[in-house]
Design a protein around this ligand. Structure first.
Ligand SMILES: *Cc1c(COP(=O)(O)O)cnc(C)c1O
Length: 369
């Protein structure tokens, strides 16, 4: 900015370049039952144990939460075999992405993410005053060499959603390790593993081992997806001591609220509930993929709890926008992904049996009409 308008307060550089995040819609056409398949929420709901813990927390709402969220960090550490000292909890993992950006990126610094990567990375890099560097993907998949080629002296963070939202694709453990090996030691590699629990591939790793062995890698996770606690906003990070220390200085002292701490600790301990969600996903991910492909639609191979459906580019009557309008009329609310550089695709969250069958039926009618 060369000349500053001093007649009113001016936001920091970068802020007005941000396109505000647009959440998945939650309204169907009037009079039809809503099936919200727009935000990758679980169709199973939260664990009954988590709901009970949340209710009990209502009795002590006048008391500040434990600012260190110790009960939640311990519950997470127990499940994943981690040292709780290396865990930071947050108000949704989105908060961690912002804390990482504001802690490591300043004006003039660069943050890298990929072409169809999660939109929050760009927002947080800009909010920190940094420069977003977007690198191309190959077949809707991050490419290690392309990312490494974009690294400069000014690079501070590489954000990688693995698996990625909205594409559902992933990088193998070997590829992530090659990416890390190619980064200078001062660059933070952020592995956003929001969908790790859903992945059923032997060559995948969420990043725990890579974090444990290095000082410049962190893994973020969320309770919003498989644990069904999106409304409570709980995320966590596993990282090396120095990064954890820095984040603990910057974060709000009570960033995770008490009902969230209680419900989150109960949710992650309920492994049967998690297994149920995995089994439901394993049933429907291939079924939905095959059903849409049978209609002549291209589906990006997904390892998450959602599928990216591509509509024909040469048929305006069968565009993603037309399909979206058709589905909303029938109560099925999917996600348009135009801001992700995917103008002719829709992302569908795997829903209940009823919702999944309904979308297959509705899209079949849409394609054949
Ligand atoms: C849903 C999602 C998150 C989780 O966000 P919360 O703030 O924890 O609800 C993080 N990263 C990606 C890629 C996601 O899709």
């Amino acid at each position: 900015m060369t000349q500053t308008d001093r007649s009113i307060p001016q936001p920091n550089d970068g802020v007005m370049q941000i396109a505000a995040y647009v959440p998945g819609r939650d309204k169907a056409a009037p009079g039809v039952r809503l099936h919200k398949l727009s935000s990758n929420e679980t169709p199973l709901g939260a664990s009954p144990a988590a709901i009970e813990a949340y209710r009990q927390a209502a009795d002590t709402l006048q008391i500040y939460p434990d600012g260190s969220a110790a009960a939640l960090r311990t519950a997470i550490a127990n499940v994943h075999g981690l040292n709780p000292d290396n865990i930071v909890c947050s108000n949704g993992s989105d908060e961690l992405l912002g804390l990482l950006a504001s802690t490591y990126i300043g004006p003039g610094d660069e943050g890298i993410f990929t072409e169809h990567g999660f939109l929050v990375y760009k927002i947080q890099i800009l909010a920190a005053g940094g420069t977003p560097v977007v690198v191309p993907e190959t077949d809707h998949r991050a490419d290690v060499d392309t990312i490494l080629a974009a690294v400069t002296e000014r690079t501070k963070i590489v954000f990688l959603a693995n698996p990625n939202n909205p594409t559902g694709t992933y990088l193998s453990d070997a590829e992530v390790r090659r990416l890390h090996a190619g980064l200078p030691p001062h660059v933070v590699l952020v592995l956003d593993a929001a969908y790790a629990e859903y992945v059923r591939r032997n060559d995948y790793a969420s990043g725990i081992e890579l974090v444990s062995a290095n000082r410049n890698v962190v893994m973020t996770r969320t309770f919003s997806k498989i644990h069904g606690l999106a409304a409570l906003r709980i995320g966590w990070l596993y990282g090396p001591a120095e990064i954890v220390d820095a984040l603990n200085r910057v974060r709000g002292p009570f960033n995770v609220n008490a009902p969230a701490i209680a419900a989150g600790a109960a949710a992650i301990a309920d492994r049967a509930h998690v297994d149920k969600a995995i089994a439901h996903n394993d049933t429907w991910l291939p079924k939905l993929t095959e059903a849409f492909e049978a209609l002549g639609l291209k589906v990006t191979p997904s390892v998450g709890n959602f599928v990216l459906i591509h509509f024909p580019d040469d048929d305006p009557d069968r565009s993603a926008a037309a399909a979206d309008a058709w589905l909303v009329q029938r109560g099925y609310v999917l996600r348009q992904v135009v801001p992700y550089g995917l103008p002719n695709a829709l992302r569908m969250t795997i829903g209940t049996d009823e919702a999944n069958k309904g979308v297959i039926e509705a899209l079949t009618a849409f394609m054949k009409r």
